[in-house]
Structure formats: structure tokens, C-alpha cells
Design a protein around this ligand. Structure first.
Ligand code: SF4
Ligand code: SF4
Length: 365
């Protein structure tokens, strides 16, 4: 295993982390614990969950897993999150989380899922920062972190607070363009930088044919190639993989074996390959992001990609609801002015995609 410094915390975490959002059978605690043990035995020491992965079942499974890791003297760091922002809400949540996880303190505690600056400003106003600071002083959490889906320069406002010690954000060989600016901002602050959705939420393993261009060695799988692409970014501290079974844990861990960082030229080659390979997909460049109606075009278009790759329109609404917190009705505000299509680097039919998305039913979160 390879370990990297998590920002300025003094902690060294494994470049491969265990994500608790994709257990294949979350009610089978032995299976969940077995996956965590397999990960820890391969050197993984960063374990990330959340209070709404399978309801609270992921945190419960983690509690059992941590107990077993302690019994086996396998070192680990715990990571979880909260949507709450008031003192009352956060204290109630963390009390339950510590109980479920069987811990007296959480190593990396995240302000969870910031999808817009408006949302961030609301939580900030409700006192989330002060409460997190208090929790740290009281020893209930060790490090204050944030999980963000902000794109472009928006994340800079979040980081200006100077309170966060690490950021969890989506970045992959599939969507790195959407995150490039955020990545630059995070790394400029010397923070822990943990990547979620490294496999595009399953898009890469489910469409291996589309991602052959990631491979630099014939014997590696596209999953391993996608992970090695991320490991090769020295400023990414840890890449979280959500596995469904022990075999997937082993496949991910095997990406470390014989890992040799890709050269800058090889990384550029992969980036360049994305254009032609995904000719019909939005590349997330954001050049269109100045809609006079305020429609978040890149987010809607990125969700449309999911529909195309998965071959079902519900993948669009899943993505909009669970990742972006944007209802499909946002697209209905399009006046067909055509400005975005003139700006689109990929010459995509944005107006017709807006109409397609607008016709989809909203999903409840
Ligand atoms: S065509 Fe629609 S989505 Fe594009 S800029 Fe105009 S109003 Fe916005
Ligand atoms: S300009 Fe085109 S490719 Fe770029 S984000 Fe907008 S829709 Fe996507």
C-alpha cells in the first residue's frame, strides 16, 4: 500500500479508501465485515460512510467492521458526515453515529454534500462551522472536512473559511473536466483531498468497452486503469472505492500492486482521448455556463450523460436527485435563446436535451 499525508493533519492515509455506499448485501453483516477486513489486510486504513447510505445500515455495518479491525489490530481511520447544520441537529446526529460506529471520536467528520453556494451559505448561517469547531474541541471529532459537489470556482468560497482540513469531492477519468477547477483550488490550499465516485458511479466498470483508452497495460482491468489514473495525481490523498463484494475489494487493491505513476504525457493522452471517445457526451467544460435564465446547464447535461450510458431515462433523474439536487423541471425554464449552443465546445444539442430532461418526472430525495 502507498500512504499519503492528509493535508496538514499529520495523518497518513492509504491512497485507496473503502467507501460504504455500495455493499452488495448490507444486511449480511459477516459479508460487510469480511470486505472491510480484506481491505484493511491489503493496507487500506481510510473507511468512509454516511448516515444515509442504506438508511443507517452502512454505519451499523461499519460499527461491526471497526470492532473486528480492532480485534485483529488492523489500523483504521473513520470518516462519516452530516447534513445537519444546527447545534441541536448535529449533536443528535453525532451521538447516534458514535453509538452505531462503536467509537468515542470520528477521525474525519464532513459537512455533507454541498451542491450549491446557496446551500452552503444557509448551513453556514445556521452555525455549522461553530458547531464543528466545538465538536473538535470536545474531542468528538478529530478533523473538520467537507464533501462538495460544487463545480467551477464556487468551491473557493467554501475554502476561504480556512476551517476545512480536507475535502471529499467527485473526480474521475470520466468527469475530471467538471472538477478541474475545484481540484486546483483544493490542492492550492494543501488540504486532504479525497476522491469519491472514482469509477463514475459505476459507469466505468459497467461500460468497459468505452473506457479501454484508460489502459496502459494489457493485463489491467479498466477499473484498475481508472484507479491508477487517479493514484497518479500526487495531490489526491485517497481514492474511495465503494465495493459490493470481497472480489471487488481485491480487484481495487490489486491496482496498487506494481503501481507505477503514469507520466504527465500519459495522463494528457488519456484526457485527450476522452473527447473523441465521448463525442456525443457533455465533457463538463462549462463554457456554456452563463444561461440568462440561470439554468445549471453543465449539471443537467452531465446527468443526461448517465441516461445515455445507462440506456434509461431514470438514470438522469437519479443523478439529478442524488448527486446534484437539481429537479428536472429546472430545464423547463429554457427559452431556447440558443446562447449555450453557440458556446458549447462539443456542439451539443443542448436545447433538445433540456426539453428531454424537462419532460422527466422529479424524484424525491
Ligand atoms: S437555450 Fe435555454 S439553456 Fe441555453 S442559454 Fe438559452 S435559455 Fe439557457
Ligand atoms: S459547453 Fe457543451 S460540453 Fe461544455 S459543459 Fe456545456 S454542454 Fe457540456
Amino acid at each position: 500500500m502507498i500512504y499519503r499525508e492528509y493535508g496538514k493533519t499529520g495523518k497518513k492515509v492509504s491512497i485507496l479508501g473503502f467507501g460504504g455506499m455500495r455493499f452488495g448485501a448490507v444486511d449480511d453483516l459477516d459479508a460487510c465485515v469480511g470486505m472491510m477486513v480484506a481491505a484493511a489486510e491489503s493496507g487500506v486504513n481510510y473507511f468512509d460512510t454516511a448516515p444515509a447510505y442504506f438508511g443507517v445500515k452502512s454505519e451499523i455495518a461499519f460499527g461491526h467492521g471497526f470492532q473486528e479491525l480492532r480485534r485483529r489490530n488492523l489500523p483504521f481511520y473513520s470518516s462519516t458526515k452530516t447534513f445537519q447544520s444546527t447545534e441541536k441537529g448535529i449533536r443528535k446526529e453525532i451521538e447516534a453515529q458514535l453509538k452505531r460506529l462503536g467509537l468515542s471520536s470520528i477521525d474525519f467528520y464532513h459537512v455533507w454534500c454541498i451542491t450549491s453556494l446557496e446551500e452552503w451559505r444557509t448551513r453556514r448561517k445556521e452555525g455549522v462551522i461553530q458547531v464543528f469547531r466545538k465538536l473538535k474541541e470536545e474531542g468528538l471529532i478529530r478533523h473538520i472536512c467537507v464533501s462538495s459537489h460544487l463545480i467551477g470556482d464556487d468551491i473557493r468560497e467554501l475554502l476561504m473559511e480556512g476551517v476545512f482540513e480536507g475535502v471529499l469531492f467527485g473526480y474521475s477519468a470520466y468527469n475530471f473536466n467538471v472538477r478541474a477547477k475545484a481540484f486546483e483550488a483544493i490542492t492550492a490550499h494543501d488540504l486532504g483531498c479525497v476522491v469519491m465516485n472514482p469509477l463514475g458511479g459505476g459507469i466505468i466498470p459497467e461500460h468497459p468497452g468505452l473506457f479501454q483508452f484508460l489502459k496502459s497495460r494489457p493485463e489491467e482491468t479498466v477499473v484498475q486503469a481508472a484507479l491508477r489514473f487517479l493514484f497518479s495525481h500526487e495531490k489526491i490523498t485517497c481514492t474511495l472505492v465503494g465495493c459490493s463484494n470481497v472480489e471487488q475489494v481485491r480487484e481495487a487493491a490489486a491496482a496498487i500492486d506494481g503501481f507505477v505513476p503514469l507520466s504527465a504525457a500519459a495522463i494528457e493522452k488519456i484526457k485527450a482521448s476522452l473527447g473523441p471517445s465521448f463525442a456525443d457526451l457533455c465533457t463538463g467544460c462549462q463554457y456554456c455556463d452563463s444561461c440568462p435564465e440561470g439554468i445549471p446547464i453543465p449539471k443537467l447535461m452531465e446527468a443526461w450523460n448517465h441516461g445515455k450510458l445507462y440506456g434509461r431515462s431514470s438514470a438522469i433523474t437519479d443523478r439529478l436527485s442524488w448527486h446534484w439536487s437539481v429537479p428536472p423541471s429546472e430545464a423547463a425554464r429554457c427559452t431556447e435563446c440558443g446562447q449555450c449552443e453557440k458556446l458549447c465546445t462539443q456542439h451539443l444539442p443542448i436545447i433538445s436535451r433540456m426539453a428531454e430532461i424537462a419532460a422527466l418526472p422529479a424524484q424525491k430525495r
